[in-house]
Design a binder for this molecule. Structure first.
Ligand code: GUN
Length: 283
């Protein structure tokens, strides 16, 4: 039976560290601030934004929410980002994705000052990650790395398979694993022999967005299995990309959903915002 990797517990430790540093900054007269922009009425986005605001309270940050109407124009959104780029109270800016179809996500991401880009989505920060010289790491992949580190398993030279190639998770995830000297394979919807490739993995990171996609026949005995998926079933239950029931009997370590990667993403966002504040205060 696999050991459970407890994301709730590990994220609480990360947030406690951030809180400690936040107190020190407060003593120097610096209060950390995160601006969160949400556009429209997407229910999942609202849940995420609420969790991010709650985490800000826990670690002693100010949070500034901008809830914009579904019909806001791209220019109005760009104008708001510009104001926040120039607001000293705001150390980090997060535009919750997805945005409505009439707004071009890349244009908005590119308008965020790279120094305040706590999601690490701006091409400047993406490039820095590629060459291994970064201030911010994208929140979900860096949270996954913390979870893998918590197992104590040395991943250098091991075989890691990332299932999914999104800009938010799959691509940066592969880079972080590569920086730690894993031998990385990226699988996606067009991959031939996906099951066989997964079966060779010492570490599987599943980020496909399909409920229970990774089954025990695709997993090597003793592997570390990290589930980034967050799928809502018809009965309203949350479930990951990994078939927990069967895979947990075969893997060495596994993350649950919920309570695995989700809380880590938010904790790493707090860490990035703290980093932004520290870098900003050194200017
Ligand atoms: N939508 C889903 N995940 C994320 C994330 O990590 N950051 C932002 N800004 N939007 C998201």
């Amino acid at each position: 039976m696999a050991k459970l990797i407890n994301g709730k517990e590990i994220s609480a430790k990360v947030k406690a560290e951030v809180y400690g540093e936040t107190i020190k900054l407060k003593e120097q007269g610096i209060t950390v601030g995160l601006a969160v922009i949400i556009v429209g009425n997407d229910a999942a986005s609202r849940v995420y934004v609420n969790s991010k605001k709650k985490a800000c309270e826990e670690v002693g940050f100010n949070s500034y929410e901008y809830a914009l109407d579904e019909n806001v124009t791209q220019q109005e959104l760009l104008d708001l980002v510009d104001v926040l780029n120039n607001d000293d109270k705001v150390n980090g800016i997060l535009v919750q994705l997805p945005l409505p179809n009439h707004i071009d996500e890349n244009t908005i991401i590119n308008s965020i000052s790279p120094d305040k880009d706590v999601d690490a989505f701006h091409p400047f920060n993406v490039g820095k990650i590629m060459i291994g010289d970064f201030a911010f790491l994208p929140c979900t992949p860096s949270g996954v790395m913390e979870l893998i580190d918590s197992t104590g398993v040395d991943i250098s030279g091991k075989s890691a398979v990332v299932v999914g190639r999104s800009n938010i998770v799959g691509k940066p995830m592969s880079m972080l694993l590569l920086h730690k000297n894993a031998t990385v394979t990226i699988c996606h919807s067009r991959t031939i022999n996906l099951a066989e490739i997964c079966k060779t993995a010492d570490i599987i990171v599943a980020a496909v967005g399909r409920a229970n996609f990774i089954t025990d026949s695709m997993v090597k005995e003793g592997a570390i299995v990290i589930d980034v998926g967050m799928n809502r079933l018809e009965n309203g239950k949350l479930c990951g990309d990994v078939d927990f029931e069967t895979v947990s009997k075969k893997a060495g370590y596994i993350t649950p959903v919920p309570g695995g990667v989700g809380p880590m993403t938010i904790a790493m966002l707090m860490k990035n915002t703290l980093t932004a504040a520290k870098l900003g205060s050194n200017e």
